[in-house]
Every structure is written in C-alpha cells, then in structure tokens.
Design a protein around this ligand. Structure first.
Ligand code: HEC
Ligand code: HEC
Length: 394
C-alpha cells in the first residue's frame, strides 16, 4: 500500500512540477497587478475599459430607416402628442440645449410638476435601463410613459391615436413606414425611439486618447484620467464606452432645496409614490426620492440610482437625479468629501483626499469626454386635415 503511493508519487512527479509551475504563473498574473496600485487590483484590468462608443444597439423588431427617423423627429417635436396640446418631448428635452431642461427639477404639464431632473437624451440608445431609477427596460417603454404619464405628456392613448389619424401627412408616413391603415400608439413609439437612437455623440477628444493618441487631450486631462482610473475610483462605476456600468448605487446625494419650494412638487412626489405602490407609511415618512426601491420594494435599494453616462456633460448641467449640483466642480467636490450621508451608501464612495489641483484635473478629464455639440432644428409640423362630410373624413 505504502509502496504503491510512493511509486505513484514518483511516477507522477512531473505532474506536480507542471502543476506547481502553472500555479506560480497564475499567481504572478493575478497578484502582481494587484500590488501596483496601493494593494488593490489595477483598475484598468478590473473594469470594462473606457473606449469609443460602438454602433448603437437596435432592437430586432425596430430597425433604423431614414423614413422612420424623419417620422420620429416630427413626433418628437409635435405638442399635439400631449394631453393639452402644449408639450412636446422637445419642451422637456430641448434639442437646442443639451436634450434635457436646464432646471434642477423638470417642470410638468399644466397643474402638475415633474419630480426629477430631465435626463439628457444624448447616447440614450446605449442604456439597457431607462430613467434615473432604471425602471423602464427600453426607450419604447419609457416613451409610452413620457407621452402618457400624468407628470409628463399626460396624453390618453386613444386620443393620441385619433389626433394622428386626423393628420393626413402622418397617416401617409405611417403607412409608408409600418404598412398599417392608421397610425397606432406602438408605431409612434417605435418611430420616436428610433429618432433618439440617432443621438450619438462623436469626436470626443478623449476617444482619440483612449485609442492611443496621447496628444488628443491636455496634460491636465491626462492627470485627471489617471486619477479617474485609480485614486478617485470613478472607474468602479463609470466604465465601458458609455462610462456607465448600467448598475445602481446610493451616493447619498442631498435633497434639492427646490423640492420644498412648491406644493406642486410635493403633490407630484406623493402621487408618484402612491402610483408606484409604495406603502403609505413609507411615503408619508420620507422626503427622499427612493430610486430603485420603487422597482424592487426592498429597503436596501432605497436611494439607489442607475449610474449615468459621463459623456457630453458640458452640455447637460445640472447634475444628478434631482439636479442638485450646477457644475462639475461641485460634483467632484462631493465625491472628494466621500459623498453624502445615507444608510445604503455604496462602499465605493469614500473620502478621496484630492488636492484642489487634482480636482480640477479630474474636471478637465470629464470635459475631454464631450463630443461635438448635437442639436436639431424644429421641423415644420404637418397640419390637421380639413373634415369634409361628403368625403366621410378619416
Ligand atoms: C414634462 C417634461 C417631460 C416631457 C414632456 C418628456 N420628458 Fe422625458 N424625461 C423627463 C424627466 C423629468 C425624466 C427623468 C424621469 C425619471 O427618471 O423618472 C425624463 C426621462 C426620459 C428618458 C430616460 C433617459 C435616461 O437616461 O434614462 C427618455 C428616453 C425620455 N425622457 C424621452 C422622452 C421623450 C421621447 C418624450 C416625448 C415622447 C419625453 N421624454 C417627454 C421629462 C419629460
Ligand atoms: C459607486 C459608484 C460610483 C462611483 C465610484 C462614482 N460614481 Fe458618479 N455616479 C454614480 C451614480 C449612481 C450617479 C447618479 C446618482 C444620483 O443621481 O443620485 C452618478 C452621477 C455622477 C455624475 C452626474 C452625471 C449626470 O448626468 O447628472 C457625475 C458628473 C459623476 N457621477 C462623476 C463621477 C466621478 C468624477 C467619479 C469619481 C470621483 C464618480 N462619479 C464615482 C455612481 C458612481
């Protein structure tokens, strides 16, 4: 018995040698990089790298065609797609100004307010979860709430379809694009979502830098990049081509004072909580946007929001789900101080110890992720048809 084991060990000694060698190589590959940055894994290796944006993902059932984009653009700018006929998507996401209203908290339809900062629509086609709390899983689904929701477009679906049916040019365009007799709500959503998928930023100096052109950004921005990747730990959540991991965190962002200055905002807040099925004892005792909690109803998700992209920030102030910070300097100072105070705050948010100069380097790097400014002109909208009893109307 003993002999057998000894023989086995002797005959298979080479196996052990090879196994040990492999172990040493593997250990070296993993442990050495971990030691390069203050004992933690090298950020560059641990996260999807910052990189130029790939082609925008397109749903299998909603291909991008020039005719659909054109139709989507008309619908985007058309205020008849709101209950009282006064608000278009462009009212709250102005194409001329960063594709999101520049106030902290968005306004709403007459008699209501919104309760969050209007997100920019730049690069929105790259997210897999929409809205600050990531509650909607496609642009099409998000937009149904944007046209129909009580604090946004406030348009009844059947009324919207009827309005479209009474605009002859729309009837024709929908027939061309979708092949149906009269426009439907779902088709209108497909068209307007397609328009948004074309809003992709281009030519950010940082993209050339990510691809190896060392002269594409300033020395300041390069130092900011090193901080972003290491000491400032931004890469932990803002990674990949969009500089967003599409995941959720609580940073302890403070409540915006505007939130208290109007009864309409308080009404909207309570309405949203009730509409999202939050138990009365929870929403009557909180003055904070509960974020991901609305989706999961789990206490640990209170205050968590989807990581936003960091592209094109120079066009999209103010920042955060409630627009509480007006400048990138304020945002960086907030992170440098270790974020806010909150029970569910991420352990990736801690005091960074950056000097004033390092903070401004970080801002310079963020600014280098701004591409060419994307705007669009309001198109001329097709008029309603003239009802003619002899022809029967539409
Ligand atoms: C009354 C103002 C208002 C109107 C009208 C409005 N929006 Fe918004 N939009 C907002 C606000 C505020 C948010 C943030 C909502 C949230 O996170 O819950 C938002 C969020 C979005 C998002 C999510 C972006 C992201 O990064 O997740 C998309 C997409 C969007 N809107 C598109 C549209 C489109 C298209 C229309 C027209 C069909 C429209 N919106 C109409 C105010 C508005
Ligand atoms: C733990 C994950 C995490 C880390 C680390 C992190 N962020 Fe964020 N970032 C987020 C989330 C989540 C939000 C949205 C929070 C909210 O609205 O309440 C956000 C928002 C932002 C915004 C506002 C964007 C907008 O469109 O309003 C900026 C700018 C930003 N972060 C920059 C940074 C910088 C710079 C660093 C490093 C110093 C950093 N972040 C580190 C998760 C993170």
């Amino acid at each position: 018995m003993d002999n057998k084991i000894t023989n086995f060990a002797r005959h298979h000694r080479w196996v052990w040698l090879v196994a040990s060698a492999v172990l040493v190589i593997v250990a070296a590959a993993f442990v050495l990089p971990m030691m390069t940055t203050q004992g933690v894994a090298s950020a560059q290796d641990a996260y999807p790298p910052l990189a130029p944006l790939p082609d925008v993902p397109v749903p299998a059932d909603n291909a991008i065609t020039p005719e659909k984009v054109e139709l989507g653009k008309l619908l985007y700018f058309d205020p008849r797609m709101s209950g009282d006929g006064s608000l278009s998507c462009n009212s709250c996401h102005p194409a001329a100004a960063g594709w999101g209203v520049p106030t902290a908290i968005s306004f709403g339809p007459a008699g209501a307010s919104h309760w969050r900062n209007a997100s920019t629509l730049l690069n929105v086609g790259f997210y897999t979860k929409l809205n600050w709390d990531g509650a909607k899983k496609s642009i099409e689904k998000q937009n149904s709430g944007a046209w129909g929701g009580a604090v946004a477009g406030n348009l009844d679906k059947a009324l919207g379809e009827e309005r479209l049916a009474q605009i002859p040019e729309y009837v024709e365009r929908f027939q061309d694009v979708f092949g149906t007799e009269y426009p439907t709500w779902e088709e209108a959503l497909m068209a307007v979502a397609t328009y948004q998928r074309t809003l992709v930023s281009q030519n950010a100096p940082a993209d050339a830098f990510f691809e190896g052109d060392d002269s594409a950004i300033s020395e300041e921005a390069k130092r900011g990049y090193e901080l972003f990747m290491n000491q400032a730990n931004c890469i932990a959540c803002h990674n990949g081509p969009l500089a967003s991991d599409d995941s959720y965190y609580d940073l302890g962002v403070p409540t915006h004072p505007d939130f208290y200055d109007s009864p309409l905002k308080q009404i909207t807040f309570r309405y949203e909580n009730a509409a999202k099925g939050v138990p009365e004892e929870v929403y009557r005792t909180t003055d904070k946007d509960l974020g991901l909690y609305y989706v999961t109803k789990q206490d640990i998700d209170k205050g968590k929001f989807r990581t936003p992209s960091l592209r094109d920030l120079c066009y999209t102030a103010p920042y955060m789900h409630n627009g509480v910070f007006n400048t990138l300097e304020e945002v960086v100072a907030f992170y440098n101080g270790g974020g806010g105070d909150s029970p569910n705050k991420s352990d990736q948010i801690y005091p960074l110890g950056l000097s004033a100069e390092e903070q401004s380097d970080l801002v310079a790097f963020l600014e280098s992720m701004c591409g060419d400014k994307i705007t669009d002109e309001a198109p001329e909208l097709p008029p309603y048809g003239v009802y003619s009893p002899s022809e029967g109307g539409n």
